[in-house]
Design a protein around this ligand. Structure first.
Ligand code: NAI
Ligand code: MG
Length: 486
């Protein structure tokens, strides 16, 4: 049964309001492409209102700013309690609007509630230093929240991204205006309602749905927004940094795309490496920034690996993501499906060997078969560009030195993985891979304790880990002259 859709308006100053223009836009379920709700479409006027509310909530005398840091932590834990209470509903809504498998949505929400509690525990540990400056000075630093933060979300992990960004900003004591992705507006609204229920003061969390040009650009160009945190395409990430430079030098955190290499050495345990590599690129239908989209297999095991990879892909069960036994659901929308099918055609045209998959499934919804290409070479488009779909591209290599250079030969640098039993190979790879995350004999390790982010065009800054709050803080240095020496 379809989950109930309780909220479709904008959430500003703890109130549900229509867009100033009165406009709405349709949102769909990717299972069959049917409309499931009409959602208020925010634009500049609504962003202005939301930023004003967030600015008022950030005033030095506001209820939010006067809260003790430990009380902020307790409020965040209260929010975690509510997320856990409503987890089943949130998971179903995520799956319905996004096409995410139920199991994956459960995994994300469990990880998110761990994140909230992890960050909540940091709220009262934000502290500066006392510094032995020269002369008769008493010097110390204060770490203070940066102000109103604009948080722009992608559609591929709506709940996880919302929680991650909002919670980090709130831990620091900031206030936020969230612009969810236009493909997946619903779970952000359900989470906004939980902030209100938890007792967060008006204006601390605001959610304005809408499109990139419009709501998104109004936020990135707003002079009262002190920081933008964005996850999405590298193309838009660059625009956001430009807008920041043009308007008010907003601080910017960017988590962008990837073309992550996964290297399988001759000595790898194929019973582990084959499924891990498959999950690394077919998981969430390939719509993950850290997808293992360049699979380098050493020549000694290449043929055997390819045979097993094809077998694995053929046995993946495709179906409605809201059914618990399904292993592979739809792409998020028709546009993404067409984009991925376009890459598959390019792969064929440029001479890669299509060994399984490659086609749309059915005529309703946005399903694509798990697809395996072998014989992929570095200059092919499918080895260079982010596909964001269920396409495994297998490349052959001979030596670690060779594969390191080839793996690093990309503008991206989000993740990299290696399967080997040789500790020296693993350590050399970990040292030289140009990527923010390196995984050895595993793939997809993602936890609140572990910093996450990208080298090169995969991003700017890090999320998660103890330092995650820093980008939401300003450091203030205070120096006081002491009257005279005793
Ligand atoms: P996108 O980067 O256009 O959209 C992400 C978010 O940015 C959405 O909320 C969108 O409304 C907003 N946005 C778009 N243009 C904007 C602008 N000019 N100013 C401010 N906000 C703006 O990504 P899209 O179009 O959904 O996907 C395109 C490609 O990006 C995908 O094929 C994939 O390769 C990559 N991508 C990477 C993600 C990641 O996790 N790093 C997530 C989503 C997409
Ligand atoms: Mg876009």
């Amino acid at each position: 049964m379809a989950p109930e859709i309780k909220y479709t308006k904008l959430f500003i100053n703890n109130e549900w309001v229509d867009a100033k223009s009165g406009k709405t836009f349709a949102t769909y379920t990717p299972h069959d492409g049917s409309v499931i709700a009409h959602v208020a479409e925010g634009d500049k006027a609504d962003i202005d209102l939301a930023v004003s509310a967030a600015k008022a909530a950030f005033h030095r005398n506001s209820e939010w700013r006067l809260l003790d840091a430990s009380a902020r932590g307790r409020l965040l834990n209260k929010f975690a309690d509510l997320v856990e209470r409503d987890a089943q509903y949130l998971v179903e809504l995520e799956s319905y609007n996004n096409g995410m498998l139920l199991n994956l949505a459960v995994h994300f929400i469990q990880n998110s509630s761990r994140s909230i509690r992890y960050y909540a525990s940091l709220a009262d540990k934000i502290q500066g230093d006392t510094i032995p400056a020269d002369g008769d000075l008493f010097s110390y630093t204060l770490k203070q929240p940066i102000g109103v933060c604009g948080l722009i979300l992608p559609w591929n992990g709506p709940i996880a991204m919302f929680i991650n960004k909002v919670i980090t900003a709130l831990t620091a004591g900031c206030t936020v205006v969230v612009k969810p992705a236009e493909q997946t507006p619903l779970t952000a609204l359900a989470l906004a309602a939980l902030f209100k229920e938890a007792g967060f003061p008006p204006g601390v969390v605001n959610v304005v749905n809408g499109f990139g040009p419009g709501a998104g650009t109004s936020l990135t160009h707003h002079p009262d927004v002190a920081k933008i945190s964005f996850t999405g395409s590298a193309e838009v990430g660059k625009l956001i940094q430009q807008a920041a430079g043009k308007v008010n030098l907003k601080r910017v955190t960017l988590e962008l795309g990837g073309k992550s290499p996964l290297v399988i050495m001759n000595d790898a345990d194929l019973n582990v490496a084959v499924p891990c590599a498959a999950n690394g690129v077919f998981g969430h239908q390939g719509q993950i920034c850290i997808a293992a989209s360049r699979l380098f297999v050493q020549s000694g095991i290449y043929d055997e690996f390819v045979k097993r990879a094809v077998e694995f892909a053929k046995n993946i069960k495709i179906g409605n993501p809201t059914e618990p036994t399904t292993q592979h659901g739809p792409q998020v929308d028709g546009e993404m499906m067409e984009k991925v099918l376009g890459y598959i055609e390019k792969g064929k045209r440029e001479g890669a060997k299509l060994l399984t998959g490659g086609k749309r499934v059915g005529t309703k919804g946005f399903y694509i078969e798990p697809t395996v290409f072998a014989g992929v070479t570095d200059e092919m488009t499918i080895a260079k560009e982010e596909i964001f779909g269920p396409v495994q591209s297998i490349l052959k290599f001979d030596t670690l030195e060779e594969v390191l250079d080839r793996a690093n030969n990309t503008n991206y640098g989000l993740a990299a993985g290696i399967f080997t039993k040789d500790i020296n190979n693993a350590l050399q790879f970990a040292k030289h891979a140009e990527a923010g995350n390196v995984w050895v004999n595993t793939y997809f390790v993602f936890q609140p304790q572990l910093p996450f982010g990208g080298f090169k065009e995969s991003g700017l800054g890090r999320e998660n880990g103890i330092a995650c709050v820093e980008p939401y803080l300003e450091v203030k240095t205070v120096a006081i002259t002491l009257p005279k020496k005793f």
